[in-house]
Write a protein that binds this ligand. Sequence first.
Ligand SMILES: *Cc1c(COP(=O)(O)O)cnc(C)c1O
Length: 225
Amino acid sequence: MGDIKKNISEIEEDIKKHSLNPEKSRFIAVTKYVGPEEMLPIIDCGVKVFGENKAQVMKDKQEKFNEMGIKDVEWHFIGNLQKNKVKYIAKYVKMIHSVNKLSLAQEIDKRAKQYNRIIDVLLEINIAGEESKEGYDLEELYKELPQLMELKNINIIGLMTMAPFVEDEELLRSVFKRLREIKDELNEKWFKGKLVELSMGMTNDYKIALEEGATLIRVGRKIFQ
Ligand SMILES: *Cc1c(COP(=O)(O)O)cnc(C)c1O
């Protein structure tokens, strides 16, 4: 395991340097690679915002931290979420980044209601149209939007995308830029400025994402390298 403290401070410096709006940009420590004990050094650095992509794992870690008396942790779900797993996280999850169909949104809404909560969610958009990636294409999204917006126990506050895994900087930049344009368009036509978050950028491309308006970067590998 590398120098976690140094890596985290590099990420925080990069946010100041590259973000269009450093005060409103945050980094989510993606901890899917490690167990709960290995997350403690991250907490020691003052970071308590964690991204996980498996509901059962998030649940186990959340319970473990509860037992250990670790408070104020923010859990962000970032992966493909199956409907039947929403129940594992609905009680405490802060934000779900990967809402990509109406039936999933309805399930989150239903579970949130059971706990008398309103859960922040992002709509995942498949910008590059890659078959292998999850996420809405725009036509689908526009079709489902009226029903999505009726759900009272989810709060749609932004968009998320996974860029293609390539090194072509211009291509990556165009994907991130497109997500920002879609956010602006949706704000104008539907959300009246309520969409404020853009979750985009991972270890290999987060600087470009910040330059194109990311407010949430999801960084895993760089923390541990
Ligand atoms: C794993 C993962 C990340 C983090 O990727 P790194 O390359 O480890 O920084 C970000 N977003 C999602 C959805 C992931 O599954």
